[in-house]
Design a protein around this ligand. Sequence first.
Ligand SMILES: Cc1cc2nc3c(=O)[nH]c(=O)nc-3n(C[C@H](O)[C@H](O)[C@H](O)COP(=O)(O)OP(=O)(O)OC[C@H]3O[C@@H](n4cnc5c(N)ncnc54)[C@H](O)[C@@H]3O)c2cc1C
Length: 502
Amino acid sequence: MSLRTGKLGHADYGGTLEVAADVAVIGAGAGGCAAAFALARRGLKVAVFEEGRHWSPADFKPDNPFALRNLYQDQGTRAAIGEGLMPINGGRGVGGSTLINSAISFRTPPQVLSGWRERFGFDPEGSFERRLDEVWETLGIIVNPENVQGRNNTIFRDGVEALGIPGGAFMHRSAPGCGGCGVCQLGCPSGGKNSADRTFLARALLSGNVGVYADCRAESVESDGGRVTAVGGRVLDHDFNTVGTWRVTAPRFVLSGGPIGSPRFLTANGMAPNDHVGRHLRLHPASAVCAKFDEPIRHWWGVSQGYYVDRWEEGFLLETGTVTPDVSFMALPLALGEEINQVMADLPYLAAAGAMVHDEDTVAEVGATTISFSFGEQDRRRLIQGLRACARIFFAAGARYAVPPVTGLGILRPGDDLDAALSLDLPFHRIRALSSHPMGTCRMGTDPDTSVVGPDGRVWGWENLHVADASVFPSSLGVNPQVTVMACGLMIGDAAAAAEGA
Ligand SMILES: Cc1cc2nc3c(=O)[nH]c(=O)nc-3n(C[C@H](O)[C@H](O)[C@H](O)COP(=O)(O)OP(=O)(O)OC[C@H]3O[C@@H](n4cnc5c(N)ncnc54)[C@H](O)[C@@H]3O)c2cc1C
């Protein structure tokens, strides 16, 4: 029983895998990869276990069914149930959701960070800005040049400028080599995106102290009093068949299964310190408008999400977005018939952008098998206001028509009364929304009765178990989260290393 270093998968294990390490990290997403790096650079032997597989750019295909089956949690079927269904996207594989994200990069908004510090004891060392700098540098974050942005992004900018709306800009992205092929959410086939596996985890592997065990789903825990002594589970092949078992012993564990996986793991193993585990789920619900122009847009070409408008005071961000033609068809809120046929025929001329709300009064939680939500009044109104803004911007840029994501509404044309069509009374179940940014389900705080982990990421009541992923956010972030998640991974990884005397 020892630590094998390097990248390993199910074919390397035989029937039963036994590993011993200084620290075991469960889940290799944004948080887990950053935590593994922080631990390894302090000389610790780190074993990382991930239920999905290792990927390289050549493995990805510009094919939605392939991506959903192989790269998405629950093969793309994960959704929250409330006033309708809200898909909740998440990645599966070494790199986690960063394998399929759009590389949009924001630092933690200062007002959010100061609120977390004051109210939740976040970042007791005052080191978070330095950690954000480190993430920024490690991911090679830049603004992609205009020649790869594509017209989908620049036409939205044109509308923003025509209306004189402040707060618009091309977004920073962790894709310095982006060639604009527009399929970030199917896995980056060019290697132009710096996902967590290609940055933090690759650097951790260079230390020679790290083994990354793919195809290993964590399911069970052994413990002694308030200490975890081992974690184990099943080995899966790439068709999801169980082909073995695994078990790791270590003096310290870091759980990084993401904001859905981590609370479920704690609850399933009877480790929840209180009933806040799985609660306080924040979703950043998002919804998009598409619009038809006279000139070809070819929204599938160019940076997949390149331009944004910050409407912080109004509680939302506007961001451009693209999807592949098959997803465009499924996403259109139009009944089968002439209208949708016409819109699909116009596909090369369509642009798309959406609103993402900060998520303040929606109540949502992760249960053992379900995710539930009750959409907040304020969030609903903000989402509708964001959609109105998108439609206005498109009309200012010259759109011939716009299709808001509202069932039963149909197509809007220039001069239509947008406020009446997108009435603030629209019920949420008529709006097609999704979430790619779940967070907050093991929230950090200083009060063991109202939070799940303390400021060092340690689960209350457990001496040697930390959580390092988006679930530790004390509240909604309000911007795309990967940079903040990775900075949390570094902070909590360092705290776990310090607890081991490293
Ligand atoms: C489609 C999409 C687009 C996005 N776009 C952006 C963007 O442009 N910019 C941005 O900032 N953010 C974006 N995000 C969000 C961002 O990627 C996530 O917030 C971030 O990756 C979350 O990090 P995490 O460590 O919490 O979880 P994840 O990165 O999701 O990683 C969790 C990992 O744990 C594994 N796991 C779970 N349970 C177990 C278990 N029991 N055993 C073993 N392994 C397990 C999972 O397979 C997964 O690999 C996007 C997300 C999605 C899904």
